[in-house]
Design a protein around this ligand. Sequence first.
Ligand SMILES: [Zn+2]
Length: 268
Amino acid sequence: MRIKFWLIVIEGALLAIAAIAGVLAFQIWQNPIYSSDPKQKAGCIKTLTVGRSVEGILIEACQLNGSNPQAENTLLVVGTIHGDEPDGKLVIDELLTEPAPVNGEIWVIRDGNPDGAKLETRRNANEVDINRNFPIKWVASDPSARTYSGPSPASEPETLALMNAVELIKPTQIVVFHQPYEQIDCPPDRPKTISDRLSQLTGFKSECIPGEKSGSPTNSYTGTFTIWVNSTFPDATAVTFELGVTTTQTKIETIAKALRVLATEPSI
Ligand SMILES: [Zn+2]
């Protein structure tokens, strides 16, 4: 009697385990293990898969709820390219809490280097600095350098994902977050109007960042995302927004608000 009881218990437990495994398998089948960023997904009207990282994590662009595709401007905000500069993702999270403003269209890519974020390193899983790997003004560099530009221009899947996003979304303005210089850089090959406007709206200073800050012997940046965008798309202006070492919630909210305003203003 006692043995039978325990057999029934064990059988029941096995059935329960099988059922749970079945549900999990179904979920994984529906959403691959390297699935979408759940934080990003909540506030989106549309999600585009633009690529995958070296380790296979999806890189997705999200069109904010309430975006107006007829808006004069299309603003794309990239939370991070360097894995050890995570604070831009907090601005994206803040943006995702509200729909896009009326007459505005906002797209976000929360994380352009998810492997780097996981490893907490600047570079990707191939130890390449994505923000030196773009195919305009690309310069070969030492693989041991923290700004290693990769074996060839646009060799990295994360670089291709960001290029793909810009080609698909066709933004007129792009703001990409970095850390820690706490300033808004000048957009390469463009007047600094957008930097000055963002400065006015956020209180961050608008000032060109010399290339030597990243260890460039020529004192100029090479193969960056903003260089590639501004050289390739005459109607787009991409700018680097450097957050500080740490970012307060007040600053995050101020910057998110500023981006909403920017999205509704005439293209600059
Ligand atoms: Zn950076």
